[in-house]
Ligand binder design. Structure first.
Ligand code: VGL
Ligand code: ZN
Length: 177
């Protein structure tokens, strides 16, 4: 069975948020259309405590229970049954949805006999990339939907490098048509 994994589509990673992907808004309609095509939709959220070591590298973003950590209004949320919370510890960057602390992603995938994982969301260079690499390592056939992913563009060149890394590790880059 196939599943859609929506990574960190949260207000703080959208324009106007604390750590925005400049083109983040453009993925929302694509993600909404994708959600309609999947029976199993799982989402992750970046969910940090305010004293996280993560904030030595990044501006404060996605504090647990904050408005910045919420899904945007425009997101079609009705099919999202499971929300994985990651980066929840002080010591923890939690760049991958496989590092969620409230629920084990592998358990959900195994219980549902998922073998094909479609990944979308934010951001290309960090949480999407790390999630995709972990999924490939765990043996899932992993697809990344190009038009449903956007980059934070913190360092020039990192976005392109992230796509190459994912592809080199075996990810299948697909286009939303
Ligand atoms: C992310 C930087 C810091 C992400 C999370 O979701 O890609 N990036 N925290
Ligand atoms: Zn974060």
């Amino acid at each position: 069975m196939k599943a859609l994994l929506l990574v960190d589509l949260q207000n703080d990673f959208l324009p106007g948020g604390a750590l925005p992907a400049p083109d983040g808004n453009s993925i929302i309609p694509v993600v909404n259309a994708l959600i309609d095509q999947f029976e199993l939709v799982i989402a992750s959220k970046d969910w940090h405590p305010n004293n996280s070591i993560h904030f030595q590298k990044w501006p404060i973003h996605c504090l647990a229970n904050s408005a910045g950590a919420a899904f945007p209004e425009e997101l079609n949320q009705h099919k999202i049954k499971t929300v994985l919370l990651k980066g929840t510890r002080n010591s923890d960057d939690g760049y991958s949805a496989f590092e969620a602390t409230n629920i084990q992603l592998t358990n959900i995938l195994n219980e549902n006999q998922v073998d094909q994982l479609y990944v979308c969301g934010l951001t290309t260079e960090y949480c999407v990339k790390n999630t995709v690499l972990d999924a490939l390592n765990a043996g899932y056939q992993t697809y990344v939907v190009k038009e449903a992913v956007a980059a934070v563009k913190a360092q020039p060149g990192d976005e392109e490098k992230a796509w190459e890394e994912m592809q080199d590790a075996g990810a299948i880059i697909v286009h939303y048509a």
